[in-house]
Ligand binder design. Structure first.
Ligand code: NAD
Length: 496
């Protein structure tokens, strides 16, 4: 961990290559959620600070966008090496400020790291197309160009991965960037910026500003911002998409989710159970790809329930900042803990059976909610369609795969869904029938890797081009079509 991070009490901004402490009218506490202790404070800044960050990015843009593409790649290769060398301390930092287990934190940084690896191939990704003789004596060619100043606004649940869906590729494409990380987990972003600076990134190419809705709205309306990448809850995603688009920006905005895990009677019982536990209770349920509806078809429902309860009872919930063997950590802060507890209370009051109650048997300190299980959920219950974003799993029991697909397609979200089965025919029916963007067959968390787009649908995504993969390159660039006619003397003589 860098000396700066160890000493941070007030989270600095990073503007034009300089680290600056800013005071503000209000601050958001950064907690170690395992202990409930404040470890730093994020200043909730204003339009004036947005102006400084955007102007720094604007100033850096002409030189950065003019740099030869392989030279940009060289810096990304150095960044890749530094990230690899610092992977473990980054993972510990994520554990500290977010509460993930060490393994989950390693996954968070690794998934971001893979985007940097993808971006290292920018020379190949950036290439245009050409067709000689697109018309008589005319050659056609496409050229990619960056957009200008791009902005990233990220949520708390993946302090490394989500910002890294955005800035490495945007910068590799020749854009400059302003990141507004979640005010709840800014320390990881600070370390990611320090390492990029160490890799030789010129001043102003990457900037960080902090704040909440005022800063976000200011970024969405700033005349010098060309594009916005947002990830967070659906109502804010929709707001950012609407405001940014109305102000002429290109916007991609990932939102919330409600993901179903459909289990067929022929599924491998052990592998399926492991996948369900990881998907529903991993990261304390705070994943946009977390399985939160367990749809056990026919008789498998009861078998699953008995084994699931025993696994839940044996899950080690604990202080991830002190115990590397803890299997599930806390939720992000006291307000998330209260919100989730209130949802449990409300759903139980609707008459649903609370098979396991996460408000009980939890560590005394910190912001813990234990694994929670509801049974007999139908499409009419509020918990069917509401994103809880915590370790709360709801069991449903359809008679057939057709009924399961019908139910899942009633959801307004469209991030992920998984089918556990041994039948190719059922897998095909599921793949063709489900209306959402990321599907798993015997995979508990079908989150797209860096070479694929993170392909949410419906209320889980607003925009056209998703983050990551070649869609990411398309989002962060625009194309010129060049038609050229150079008639030679020979051609003229030949009458061609
Ligand atoms: P959030 O929407 O509260 O915050 C996300 C970002 O928006 C933060 O940077 C925050 O400062 C800012 N923000 C919050 N309220 C705002 C407002 N009113 N106006 C403008 N900006 C605002 O989300 P969160 O609680 O940090 O993260 C959890 C949510 O993110 C969940 O809904 C989860 O499903 C979603 N998520 C989605 C994906 C995806 O790829 N679709 C990935 C990760 C998380």
């Amino acid at each position: 961990m860098s000396a700066r991070i160890q000493e941070i009490k007030l989270v600095p901004v990073f503007i034009g290559g300089k680290w600056v402490n800013k005071t503000a009218e209000s601050y958001t506490n950064v907690f170690n959620p395992s202990k409930g202790e404040v470890i730093a404070q994020t200043p909730m800044l204003t339009n004036a600070d947005v102006e400084l960050a955007v102007q720094a990015a604007k100033l850096a843009y002409p030189a950065w966008s003019a740099l030869a593409v392989p030279k940009r790649a060289e810096i990304l290769f150095r960044y890749r090496t530094l990230l690899e060398q610092n992977m473990e301390t980054l993972a510990r930092l994520i554990t500290l400020e977010n509460g993930k287990t060490l393994d989950e934190a390693r996954g968070d940084i690794r998934r971001g790291f893979e985007v940097v690896e993808f971006a290292c191939g920018i020379s190949q990704l950036y290439k245009g197309e050409s067709l000689s003789q697109v018309a008589q004596n005319i050659d056609g060619q496409t050229i990619r160009e960056p957009l200008g100043v791009c902005v990233g606004i990220s949520p708390y649940n993946f302090p490394a991965m989500v910002p890294m869906w955005m800035f490495p590729l945007a910068i590799a494409c020749g854009n400059t960037f302003v990141l507004k990380p979640s005010e709840k987990v800014p320390l990881t972003a600070i370390r990611l910026a320090e390492l990029f600076q160490e890799a030789g990134l010129p001043d102003g190419v990457f900037n960080i500003v902090h704040g909440g809705s005022e800063v976000v709205d200011s970024l969405c309306t700033h005349p010098d911002v060309a594009a916005i990448s947002f990830v967070g809850s659906s109502h804010v995603a929709k707001h950012v998409y609407t405001l940014g688009s109305a102000n002429g920006k290109r916007v991609q905005a990932g939102g919330g989710a409600k993901n179903a895990l459909i289990v067929m009677p022929d599924a491998d019982p052990d592998a399926t159970l492991r996948a369900i536990m990881g998907s529903s209770f991993g990261c304390a349920g705070q994943r946009c790809m977390a399985g939160s509806l367990l749809v056990g078809v026919g008789d498998v429902h009861n078998q699953l329930k008995d084994r699931l309860v025993s696994n839940i009872d044996n899950l080690k919930v604990g202080d991830t900042s002190a115990d590397d063997l803890a299997e599930m950590g806390p939720v992000i802060d006291g307000s998330a803990q209260n919100r989730i507890n209130n949802v449990i209370e409300k759903v139980a009051a609707e008459g649903l059976k609370l098979v396991r109650d996460g408000r009980k048997n939890i560590p005394e300190n910190g912001f813990f909610v234990g694994p929670t299980l509801f049974e007999n959920v139908s499409t009419k219950h509020s918990i069917f369609s509401e994103e809880v974003f915590g370790p709360v799993l709801s069991m449903m029991n359809p008679k057939s795969i057709e009924e399961a697909i019908l139910w899942v397609n009633k959801l307004n979200y469209g991030n992920g869904a998984t089918l556990f089965t041994n039948s190719g025919a059922d897998a095909r029916q599921f793949t063709q029938g489900i209306k959402c963007g990321m599907l798993g067959i015997n995979v508990g968390v079908p989150a797209a890797m860096s070479i694929f787009p993170f392909s949410g649908w419906n209320d889980s995504f607003y925009g056209d081009l998703h983050m990551q993969g070649t869609e990411g390159v398309m989002f962060y660039t625009r194309q010129k079509i060049v038609l050229s006619r150079w008639d030679s003397t020979y051609q003229r003589q030949m009458g061609w």
